[in-house]
Design a protein around this ligand. Structure first.
Ligand code: SAM
Ligand code: SF4
Length: 329
């Protein structure tokens, strides 16, 4: 089992397969998009498979594929299929915006993908456009229908933004009445790719919970799964559940089991660090597996104790402002 220098188990990799995206969520990137990575900077599929296989050998047993939008990368299904062959990898999950995803769902089911996080901040088409700068809500809803139809465990992720979608909190909660979904509300973080756009935290986890309690006073805590980043709740009589993720408040660092690899191959041992080394560059330099293992173990042995410390230790001292799409949210 992989452990870090604070005794925390590390068994979960979030792998961002691209920085590109077909939406322009204003909390994630500017309207004109990002300076997309040059193709040669992007990890190739064989490189990603090599790194994943190494990490699985070392103790990673869950991999989440994220981005950017995973389904804009060509041949993503072949890559996912290849990942399913890694011995020791118990779970592959995906985070997607759902725009292109629906047609893939039967195949995802077939290859054994059991869990998908679908990002959906609003059920209103105009607000969807105002948040994502694209009119794609109908296709996202098709993905939601397909996930439910194929019985794939689904979490809906909604970032809560002042003045943008707080009126959606209750309608999203209401989905849990008849649908077996986990609807999770996320505090907005300053990872929007714009140095001068710092939203500040208007809706923290407590304010979100209080908003739900006004409507549903009998909402109650339920047990959190191991390593959960969300505090989880249930409303009596509802099929689904509710989660609130204190992503900005950072109350879950004590049990953090995850590392991230960005599309350029940067290893992040905390969401708030600015990369501890570039694993793709080391693979390209020709380090063998034992050498790669040694540097990976060293990185895990130097992990910041929490997101506050990681933020302070950043090499770039300016406030965090990378896009979540280049990090792999
Ligand atoms: N494109 C895919 C999607 O949207 O699901 C995967 C990548 S996206 C970066 C992963 C998650 O990060 C999404 O659920 C998105 O809502 C979340 N996210 C992006 N920027 C964020 C921010 N500034 N604060 C909080 N969550 C953010
Ligand atoms: Fe794209 Fe996901 Fe970022 Fe929205 S949150 S712009 S869908 S990467």
């Amino acid at each position: 089992m992989l452990k870090d220098n604070h005794g925390r188990t590390v068994n979960y990799l979030r792998l961002a397969v691209t920085d590109r995206c077909n939406l322009r969520c204003f909390y994630c990137m500017p309207e004109q998009g990002l300076n997309w990575l040059d193709r040669k900077e992007l990890m190739t599929y064989p490189e990603m498979l090599h790194i994943c296989s190494l990490l699985v050998n070392m103790g990673i047993n869950k991999i989440r594929i994220t981005g950017g939008e995973p389904f804009v990368r060509k041949d993503i299904l072949q890559f996912l299929t290849a990942l399913t062959k890694l011995k020791g990898l118990q779970q592959i999950a995906i985070t997607t915006n759902g725009v292109l995803t629906a047609p893939y769902i039967p195949e995802l089911k077939k290859i054994g993908i059991k869990s998908v996080n679908l990002s959906l901040d609003t059920l209103d088409r105009n607000r969807f456009f105002s948040i994502t700068r694209r009119d794609e809500l109908p296709d996202v809803l098709k993905t939601l229908d397909a996930l439910l139809y194929y019985n794939i465990e689904t979490k809906l992720n909604a970032v809560v933004m002042d003045g943008k979608n707080t009126e959606d909190i209750i309608p999203l909660v209401e989905l849990t009445k008849s649908l077996p979904l986990s609807v999770r509300f996320i505090e907005e973080m300053p990872f929007n790719g714009e140095a001068d756009h710092n939203p500040g935290l208007q809706w923290n986890h407590l304010r979100i919970l209080n908003r739900i309690k006004e409507q549903y006073p009998d909402i109650h805590n339920i047990a959190d799964p191991p390593f959960s980043t969300s505090n989880n709740y249930h409303i009596p009589g509802h099929k689904g559940s509710i989660g609130i993720i204190a992503a900005y408040t950072r109350s879950f660092c004590g049990t953090c089991n995850r590392i991230r690899i960005t599309p350029a191959g940067e290893l992040k041992t905390c969401l708030y660090d600015d990369g501890v080394m570039n694993i793709k560059d080391l693979v390209r330099k020709g380090l063998d597996d034992n050498e790669l293992k040694t540097v990976l173990l060293k990185a895990l042995d130097n992990r910041a104790k929490d997101g506050r410390e990681a933020e302070q230790l950043r090499k770039e001292k300016n406030p965090v402002h990378e896009s979540m799409a280049t990090i792999g949210g």
